[in-house]
Design a protein around this ligand. Structure first.
Ligand code: FAD
Ligand code: NAP
Length: 312
């Protein structure tokens, strides 16, 4: 029979959470493999300036991602492309499927992050990539001197709305309430920006277009019920996050919305399966908290793998 390689730990996802876990486990001499379906960095690659990561007063998301990747790889971690579709249990060994490949490990750290929630209104799917976007850093430059709309009232909408003012003629933030959810510092900056205006108490009914690109947004005032159509060249949707946990749903480690439930040691209910970062049920989804989770999980993985090896 073919000898199978058993990693001490496989880490799924190379955003800030996964890369920190890899730094800790490889530095503790554990045989570590990172599996990533894209490129290293996760959401950092879609973030312009990061101003709340200690040690760097301001750093671009991609530069921080590059630094984290170099740090994570310096103690011998392996890195491979792979989109993980399931984890199965074989005694103490976890069997990880990624495409046509199978990997084996004593421990797994799930660090698959989250994805942008859709608004699910008419025109959203039809004009995705043709004026409707979920990533200002990726697509903002297409809208130089254009009318831009941003949907949402959280950190992402307000921060990315402000970022988009460097390109657009105007940026209109459409929010369903009369108060923003975003951090105060981001709100203050947006309120002070002359290019930004707000449509309060408003929800999007439809994105309208000419068949090839978006031309407007139909907005409903939730208090009066009045519906108005506004000209728009580009729309950026930031209405929250959903967990990337579908591949793990058979493990029964998620809550009703799909967020993975852990204790403060990042342990799930299955021994040897840990979760970190945005995919976890938690209150604050940030780079600092993902990194903290990664360090904690790395430490617990070391203890767990040592125990397994002592048993053998
Ligand atoms: P992610 O960064 O999402 O990384 C997950 C990784 O897992 C990805 O690389 C993905 O490709 C990979 N993956 C997913 N599924 C699979 C699979 N099946 N197989 C293999 N790989 C997989 N936080 C701040 O602190 N400061 C900011 O300024 C800031 N700005 C932000 C701006 C925006 C627009 C957004 C959306 C978020 C921002 N955040 C910010 C939040 C921050 O980016 C996240 O909290 C952080 O990136 C979470 O890290 P993570 O490692 O958990 O997940
Ligand atoms: P979020 O905090 O969940 O905010 C989502 C926003 O969209 C809310 O204002 C919400 O309205 C609105 N919304 C939700 N569903 C909607 C719908 N169906 N129709 C219209 N509006 C809807 O999501 P986020 O802003 O993407 O932030 C996600 C995480 O990333 C947070 O933890 C955040 O702190 C972090 N982040 C941090 C930074 C930073 O630190 N600089 C930057 C970006 C993101 P209500 O307010 O009415 O609920």
């Amino acid at each position: 029979m073919e000898e199978r390689t058993i990693y001490d730990v496989v880490i799924i996802g190379s955003g800030p959470g996964g890369m920190t876990a890899a730094l800790y486990t490889s530095r503790a001499n554990l045989k570590t493999l990172i599996l990533e379906k894209g490129v290293p960095g996760g959401e950092l690659l879609n973030t312009s300036d990061v101003e709340n990561y200690p040690g760097f007063p301001t750093i671009s998301g991609p530069e921080l991602a590059d630094n984290m990747y170099k740090g994570a790889m310096q103690f011998g971690a392996e890195y491979a492309y792979g989109q993980v579709s399931k984890i199965e249990l074989d005694g103490d060994v976890k069997v990880i499927t990624a495409g046509k490949k199978t990997y084996y490990a004593y421990a797994v750290v799930i660090a698959t992050g989250s994805y942008h929630r859709k608004l699910e209104v008419p025109g959203e799917e039809e004009y995705a990539g043709r004026g409707v976007s979920y990533c200002a850093v990726c697509d903002g430059a297409f809208f130089k001197d254009k009318k831009i709309f941003v949907i949402g009232g959280g950190d992402s909408a307000v921060e990315e709305g402000t970022y988009l003012t460097q390109f657009g003629k105007s940026v209109t933030i459409v929010h369903r309430r009369d108060q923003l959810r975003a951090q105060k510092v981001l709100q203050d900056r947006a309120f002070a920006n002359e290019k930004i205006d707000f449509l309060w108490n408003s929800t999007v009914e439809e994105f309208v277009g000419d068949g090839s690109k978006i031309t407007g947004v139909r907005v409903k005032d939730v208090n009066t019920g009045e519906v108005t159509t506004h000209d728009a060249d580009g729309v950026f949707i930031y209405v929250g996050l959903l967990p990337v946990s579908d591949p793990f749903k058979d493990l029964n480690i998620t809550d009703a919305e799909g967020w993975i439930v852990t204790n403060e040691k990042m342990e799930t209910s299955i021994p040897g399966i840990f979760a970190v970062g945005d995919v976890r049920q938690k209150t604050l989804r940030q780079i600092t908290t993902a990194v903290g989770d990664g360090g904690q999980a790395g430490h617990m993985v070391y203890n767990y793998v040592e125990e397994i090896k002592e048993k053998q």
